[in-house]
Design a protein around this ligand. Sequence first.
Ligand code: ADP
Ligand code: MN
Ligand code: MN
Ligand code: MN
Length: 352
Amino acid sequence: MPYQAEYIWIDGTEPTPLLRSKTRIVADGKKPAIWGFDGSSTNQATGSNSDCVLNPVFTCPDPLRGPKDVLVLCEVLLVDMTPHPTNTRAGAVAAAKKYASFEPWFGIEQEYTLMQYGRPYGWPEDGYPAPQGPYYCGVGGDKMPGREIVEAHTLACIRAGLAIEGTNAEVMMGQWEFQIGVLGPVEVGDHLWTARWLLNRIAEEFDVDPSFAAKPVKGDWNGAGAHTNFSTKQMRVAGGMKAITAACEAIGKKVSEHIAVYGVGIEERLTGAHETAHYTKFSYGTSDRGASIRIPWATAKDGKGWLEDRRPNANMDPYQVAQVMVETVCGAASGGSKAPAKKAPAKKAAAR
Ligand code: ADP
Ligand code: MN
Ligand code: MN
Ligand code: MN
């Protein structure tokens, strides 16, 4: 019997891309092959030259359909099989290859806000819920709207084989988080984009829309981020603190390059209040949730481990964030601009 493959891709919507998907019925015993779509409907092509190519890059079981059905995350190519301008994965693939010897690892904390009827899920029709305080990791009463969606999404991610690590309720009512990791620079993006698709798809069943907006409610309410935890082999071994400090210093020299890919609306979220550092400033410190980069207490205690860049927004593109992080940190560690790392042989970007 044939099976269903859900082809998923990232579109060209500006300023923040959306996910798209469509179903293909695949013959028994066959693999999901290259496919295409109408790019003029996704801001990826003009009507007169509308064909874009879907190239499968990551396949996993579809937890919402039958046992044989699959999700197929695709990168978008032009018809000459080169990366489409909206294809940010290709850049992450190149950086991952160039700096593979550093064995970069990522863990991303994806925050999001469940929305219904234009306001956060569970909020009263008029006015506001009780102020922030009881919601973070809260339990009980009517405080925690959306838990049924979170439960369904977590189970779906596990069944799909995604590297989901945990979930928690966030500081604002209706805001939640899940973590994906640890994975390489390309894989973390593949798993995170697939997990985002599953969240969108599952929330449909509840008439709810997950928002990845950086500051979904103005005022005295926390924004939504995607804290990016990062390490290299050098940071994870004894004495790794030296490499962690060097990484923080290197990142501090590239503030605008990093902020440029940390997501739309970052100036609304990184105001210096609500557990953030101002987006134009840079600081790092142990256990400091008001710093741009936090060195977790376990890392400080062991003298090795990882760093947490707290600046990326919930709506960031993990491929772009991983690329800039690897290029900045591994680039500086291999001599910066003076002595660029050995060029990888010019092969077709095929890392899956
Ligand atoms: P918090 O909410 O306290 O900031 P979380 O538990 O939500 O922390 O997230 C911690 C993240 O750190 C996880 O995504 C995990 O994968 C990541 N992490 C742990 N060890 C490493 C490491 N060596 N390199 C990179 N990321 C790591
Ligand atoms: Mn967290
Ligand atoms: Mn959080
Ligand atoms: Mn965090």
